[in-house]
Design a protein around this ligand. Structure first.
Ligand code: SF4
Ligand code: SF4
Length: 187
């Protein structure tokens, strides 16, 4: 089956003198290089110059708390099931008496981990969550030298209790809703 018409039949014919000296090929290559030399530079001087990301950029996840500071996640596992990269693992635990302020429901994730090396930032975990507990954000996952550094546990995923440590996902969510509505209207 032919998918494109770009395939070429290779012929083992003898090269001509012009082909053997490669001057034409070199000139062609130099011309391409020269054209790029005068084009607008697309590289960014990161970290001095940062690119503006799309408002719906999918980066480092956050596990949200409710208005009272309790963790929303109930360790139902739907995000892990939805994850095509099998990047999410968790261990569920029962909420003890007196822990009502820490966890919103009777069950919570004692351990919740995302392997950022496996994650493809598709956002399916966010869509699968029935508790609005996990969201992707516009934060970039920082680089590291060791693989273990990319296993993000609750210490790196759950937002802080204090107002200044909360992670605002409203702007990104608003853009996502607008895009969905526009797509529905176009159908
Ligand atoms: S963004 Fe996609 S790949 Fe990453 S953890 Fe969520 S579902 Fe898995
Ligand atoms: S983040 Fe949401 S989907 Fe995933 S375990 Fe917690 S409540 Fe369930």
């Amino acid at each position: 089956m032919q998918l494109t018409n770009r395939s070429k039949n290779v012929v083992n014919k003898k090269m001509s003198f012009a082909e053997r000296i490669y001057l034409v090929a070199i000139a062609k290559g130099m011309w391409i290089t020269l054209k790029h030399f005068f084009r607008k530079n697309n590289t960014h001087n990161y970290p001095d110059v940062k690119r503006t990301f799309a408002p719906v950029y999918r980066g480092w996840h956050v596990l949200k708390r409710d208005a009272n500071g309790a963790e929303r996640c109930t360790a139902c596992g739907l995000c892990a099931v939805a994850c095509p990269a099998e990047a999410i693992t968790m261990t569920a635990a029962e909420r003890e008496r007196g822990e009502e302020k820490l966890y919103r429901e009777e069950k919570y994730a004692a351990v919740y981990e995302i392997n950022m090396l496996r994650c493809i930032f598709c956002g399916l975990c966010e869509e699968a969550c029935p508790k609005e507990a996990i969201f992707l954000t516009d934060r970039i996952v920082p680089s590291d030298y060791v693989r273990q550094g990319f296993i993000f546990g609750k210490d790196l995923l759950v937002e802080g209790v204090e107002p200044e440590k909360r992670v605002d996902v409203s702007v990104r969510q608003k853009h996502i809703q607008e895009k969905k509505q526009a797509a529905t209207a176009a159908q």
